[in-house]
Design a protein around this ligand. Structure first.
Ligand code: ZN
Length: 384
């Protein structure tokens, strides 16, 4: 049965052009059988069995969160407080979450993940990726991915998140690229290639083994330093390279001429008080950019895409339109998907904002303006 959403103040959809949006004011949109079947000016809207009045509200595509770490045990609020008190962020903080994840039961991990997924819907996210990476042994990595796959198809094996305490880096790399990879099920393979994590040589070993096993590659890189990871990401046709704080001009040129999306994670720099990458500069140079939450208990414990958009606009050189493009179509491209747009024929994944236009996503930081979230036409969240 068709439903027509009428009198929408502003309806927004990203275009193919990087950073650009189509904006229709006084709009209407028809959803039938989970798909968008018509959109345009309200005055031209066809009649439907059901009509919903969205006077004064904005409709945007559901956000696509292409980078999250939702399966974990414990929390790290004390570490956050001491970091805000002047202690530096180090990759090794991950190890305390590894211990808590290994000690948690499957039901505890599942319940924690389910709670965070509800938060994603409340933040307007309709497609999301979940990584493993807090097990770092075969059994816990396998369990983490099984739990992740209960919530999404976009499941990423990140056994190479950090070298666990007491392990030799090369031996651990061989374990990830060997026994672990043959024991787990995932769509994507990821590696944290940076100073204090895995070298370019080790990253190449993990990713090529993953590709040989039928997984698709993506990377964490250039968060803490530039050790040459971008060239590897582009060479292996990674769908995305994530963080990208430290890029040189040659890296930007490589990305511009590739199918590899640069995914920026505003919550990570915010929560570690680190230098921000410049997303607007990348997009202006012709690089496809995504914004994702990086939700994790150590360096970015947020599930709020509007918060990430606010920070991206305030501190990372994005225009409002660029940030919304990056959080929708950019995220979809980082998963090699076609979500993140509202056009005739797409799945009706969309969000209703309590706002007259999309600028409010950045203009009202920290204010809950997500009114309703729809997944294939079905309401999965409504603000009380
Ligand atoms: Zn991450």
């Amino acid at each position: 049965m068709a439903t027509c959403y009428r009198k929408i103040a502003t309806l927004v959809s990203p275009t193919e052009a990087i950073g650009e949006l189509t904006v229709i004011t006084d709009a209407a949109m028809v959803v039938d059988d989970g798909q968008v079947t018509w959109l345009g000016k309200d005055s031209d809207a066809p009649s439907c069995e059901t009509e919903v009045d969205l006077t004064g509200k904005t409709v945007i595509p559901g956000f696509v969160d292409s980078h999250s770490h939702l399966v974990f045990g414990g929390e790290r609020s004390e570490e956050f407080a001491s970091r805000m008190n002047g202690e530096k962020y180090q990759a090794g903080g991950i190890k305390s979450t590894v211990a808590a994840t290994r000690n948690a039961t499957a039901d505890e991990l599942r319940a924690n993940t389910a709670g965070l997924v509800q938060e994603l819907y409340a933040s307007g996210i309709t497609t999301f990726e979940i990584k493993s990476g807090y097990g770092l042994d075969t059994e816990t990595e396998k369990l983490s991915l099984e739990i992740a796959s209960e919530f999404t198809d976009e499941v990423t094996f990140l056994g190479a998140h950090v070298v666990p305490s007491g392990s030799d880096p090369d031996q651990y790399t061989d374990l990830v690229a060997g026994e672990m990879l043959t024991s787990i099920k995932a769509k994507w393979v990821d590696v944290f290639c940076d100073k204090g994590a895995f070298s370019v040589t080790q990253a190449r070993k993990v990713l090529t083994a993953g590709i040989a096993a039928g997984l698709k590659p993506r990377m964490h890189a250039n968060q803490l330093s530039n050790i040459g990871a971008i060239a590897l990401a582009v060479e292996l046709d990674c769908a995305s390279v994530d963080h990208c704080t430290f890029l040189d001009d040659a890296d930007i040129e490589l990305l511009r001429n590739s199918n590899t999306v640069a995914t920026l994670l505003p919550g990570a720099e915010f929560s570690t008080r680190s230098a921000y990458p410049q997303g607007g500069k990348l997009m202006n140079a012709g690089v496809a950019v995504a914004i994702a939450t990086d939700c994790n208990p150590g360096s970015s414990f947020t599930t709020s895409m509007p918060f990430c958009i606010s920070v991206a606009v305030r501190d990372m050189g994005f225009s409002v339109d660029q940030a919304i493009w990056a959080a929708t179509k950019g995220g979809a491209m980082a998963l090699r998907g076609s979500q993140g747009v509202l056009e005739v024929g797409v799945k009706a994944d969309f969000v209703v904002l309590d706002a007259p236009n999309h600028i409010y996503l950045a203009y009202r930081p920290g204010v809950a303006i997500i009114s309703q979230t729809f997944l294939q036409g079905r309401k999965v969240y409504e603000r009380r």
